[in-house]
Ligand binder design. Sequence first.
Ligand code: ADP
Ligand code: MG
Length: 386
Amino acid sequence: MKQLNKIRVAVLFGGRSAEHEVSLRSAANVIRFLDLSRFEIVPIGIDKQGNWFLGNDIFTKSLEQNNVPKLSQNHEAWFTAEWIGKPVKKNTLNELVQSDGQMFDVVFPVVHGTLCEDGTLQGLLELANIPYVGCGVLSSAIGMEKDISKRLAVNAGMLVAPYLTIKYDEWQSNAKQFVQKITEQLTYPVFVKPANTGSSIGITKVKTVDQLALAIEEAFCFDVKVIIEKALQVRELEVAVLESLEPHTDPIVSVIGEIKPQHEFYSYEAKYLDENGAILEIPAIISDDLTMKAKSIAKKLFIILECEGMARVDLFLEMTTQQIYFNEINTIPGFTQMSMYPKLMNASGFSYTNLLTHLIQLAIKRHTNKNRLRRDVHAKHVELVS
Ligand SMILES: Nc1ncnc2c1ncn2[C@@H]1O[C@H](COP(=O)(O)OP(=O)(O)O)[C@@H](O)[C@H]1O
Ligand SMILES: [Mg+2]
């Protein structure tokens, strides 16, 4: 039975993404810090095959230990997106169903990467008409796509590192010509990245042309589109942005943080495997002028990409010119113990718990606003012409 007056929050974690394990760590923290006086938690793990399980195992496993919590599959899967269009299996969740027929009031997707953070899951939740935390379909998809988000940033007058893109089909038929084009148009080193991943998965720093093809092949293991980008000499700045609950108010922009990778770049190893892989400096030691510029770019990006809820904007400060470049935006930023987004918001006056409450309130507000929309154009038309 639902606890009286509490909002039932389904925390979604795992997922069919290379960032599955990172998501488990993030979700474990979200579950730990949600305000239990307001919310009741329904933990839902998605395995790497896309099956959804009800389970609380990730927070009963010790979070203090450094090992990644595992998603156990003691239960029968009760949902798989691939069931759509197939006969629906009877689920065993009757005890969860509330008097209004809902299983939960709002979903908090704590998932990262493709098929999770890229608008696909958000689309499913839209179809199900369930409120969910964070960006909607459009900004989730754009935020995940490094090429499209950069194009919009450039369109708004921001700087991005020079880059070229290639699709898998083109690479298969024109690899040699493309390698030559890179060598003519960019200078080494370059970063080779899948267009749609996060956590530095599939990314290689390439120093000479003879390493390029292998790096591109590696990136194509994760996406059908790859970006090859000139490596800049940079300091890495990150800014947390949070939508305001007040109508017609600018989003809240955090203090600036700096990531100081202790590896050659901020690789997967530096992010998650080596506990000394990076130093997080909050606030970043930069001039007031640069702080103001970084904040204003982050806010502008949040607005032009039509983000909702939250986003972490990652910027580069180019060392020689002291100019700020847009690198990428993360619409479901990490929520692990070490993650920048909650740390930045904390340094800006939001405790982890208040931040989560604010995000859930935003989700419910957006859903209420959307449910106001008419779906009956035809009936109205008939009324007008009769
Ligand atoms: N153009 C670049 N110049 C310098 N460093 C870069 C560049 N592109 C990426 N990097 C390094 O690689 C890391 C991961 O790249 P990023 O584009 O942020 O991918 P992800 O979405 O996986 O985090 C960055 O944090 C930075 O350390
Ligand atoms: Mg990044």
